[in-house]
Write a protein that binds this ligand. Structure first.
Ligand code: FES
Ligand SMILES: [Fe+2]
Length: 430
């Protein structure tokens, strides 16, 4: 039992092994507690460090509802700074991104360096001789860390390290995405598709690793593909080689490793990619960087399809950030990533694939957004408040690395997210 704004919330009664109560999506008290316990304490994804490659670059971000600036200083170091003037509280950065020499608050002109140090105050003599400017630097989250360029912050000075939050199995999924580059790095500088929906942020988290929905939600995209190719298309069919996987700590994925590695045409595809000069160069560079075995594994597995709790999704070459606004509103930023050090043709292909499904003119992402709106509408019905997450519960297995998996259309990944959510929400509010 936890205290939610003066009222006790029984999370055991709200999250069962096979079902979740609708209040977890629509109750403002629960949302307020999420801001305290999940976004106000745990590790939260800020951005990829390649978003701010040059001195002076900045991108506006949020930790829960709190605005922050992700900036790079003149020495090349990145920072996460609260977007709040230390004078009388005005936000100092209004643009989504840009390049500046520093941040000037428009209210009374206080000027901050890119690392948040307060550099200048108009008419400083008005503060007397003993005024210590260093007391008024921009505030920053007490903890900051990164994994392979993915930068996270925590508003709590203590807690588990980032590499426990992103456990070994989750790290290995991120590695699959990054190791597609011979330099091991993603480049996130190709803009963003922004979308918003009327509903809770967890709807997007659940959906990103949902192998059950594509054949139905994305029927129009699939039938277009079928018309173009003349072949039957089915995504995430009942093939047990694709798995819904709980990676621990609320992280999860749709794991296609086995399906791709054991695909009858896997080796033929590797050979085919070497049929062009750029494909051969990419293959050779990857083998030189990672060794033949790892390079071929990475190429065949082809990235990842995962969630990092609570607000990061890495899938289909994109870095997706989920931004809670309220129980009624969520924004999502989809940023396509490129691979560092590969022939242009490889990245062009990557971007074209992204565009086909995930952009305003793409064929798929709008379907998901429509479903979030529909779930939110349905949640207003109070006769049966439960959402059912029991698919595949009877056939879950524990793998050698401790992760739990089941068949690709099962809800093991979502159950993992909800189990972790409950354990965090049951913590003491203070
Ligand atoms: S509020 Fe920023 S300078 Fe006064
Ligand atoms: Fe979808």
């Amino acid at each position: 039992m936890a205290q939610g704004n003066g009222r006790a919330i029984d999370y055991d009664a709200l999250v069962k092994p096979d079902a979740v109560h609708g209040d977890c999506y629509i109750d403002p008290d629960i949302f307020a507690e999420e801001l305290k316990k999940i976004y106000g304490r745990g590790w939260v994804f800020i951005g990829h460090q390649s978003e701010i490659p040059n001195a002076g670059d900045y991108v506006r971000k949020w930790i829960g509802l709190q605005p922050v600036i992700f900036s790079r200083d003149k020495a090349g170091k990145y920072h996460v700074l609260f977007n709040r003037c230390t004078h009388r509280g005005a936000s100092i950065c209004q643009h989504d991104k840009g390049n500046v020499g520093g941040f000037r608050c428009e209210y009374h002109g206080w000027f901050y360096r890119l690392d948040g140090a307060l550099q200048a105050i108009p008419y400083q003599e008005g503060y007397g001789d003993n005024f210590d400017r260093t007391q008024y630097n921009l505030r920053r989250p007490p903890r900051l860390d990164e994994y392979r360029g993915f930068v996270f912050a925590s508003l709590s000075p203590s807690g588990i390290p980032l590499r426990e939050h992103i456990s070994g199995p989750a790290q290995r999924q991120i590695d699959y995405a990054c190791d597609l580059s011979p330099e091991g790095e993603l480049v996130v500088q190709s803009g963003a598709t922004k979308l918003a929906y009327n509903g809770n942020w967890k709807l997007q988290m659940e959906n990103s690793i949902d192998g059950y929905h594509p054949n139905f939600t994305h029927q129009s995209f699939i039938s277009t593909l079928e018309r173009l190719t003349g072949a039957k298309v089915e995504i995430f069919s009942g093939d047990a080689k694709t798995q819904s996987r709980d990676l621990g700590m609320g992280c999860s994925n749709i794991d296609s490793r086995r399906a791709n590695i054991e695909h009858p045409h896997a080796q033929a595809r590797l050979k085919m990619m070497q049929g062009t000069s750029w494909g051969k160069k990419y293959y050779d560079d990857l083998v030189a960087a990672h060794g033949k075995e790892r390079a071929e594994e990475v190429l065949i597995v082809n990235g990842t399809h995962m969630n990092v709790f609570p607000n990061l999704v890495v899938l289909a070459g994109q870095v997706r950030t989920i931004q809670p606004i309220s129980t009624e509103r969520t924004e999502v930023y989809l940023r396509p990533s490129l691979l560092k050090g590969v022939p242009d043709e490889v990245n062009t292909q990557r971007i074209r694939q992204y565009e086909s499904f995930y952009t305003a003119a793409g064929g798929g992402i709008h379907d998901d957004v429509e479903m979030f709106n529909r779930v939110h509408e349905g949640l207003r019905c109070n006769q049966d408040p439960w959402l059912v997450f029991r698919r595949g519960l009877h056939r879950e297995q524990t793998d050698n690395d401790g992760t739990i998996f089941s068949q690709g259309t099962d809800e093991t990944a979502q159950r993992g997210m909800w189990r972790h959510w409950k354990s965090v929400m049951q913590q003491d509010a203070n």
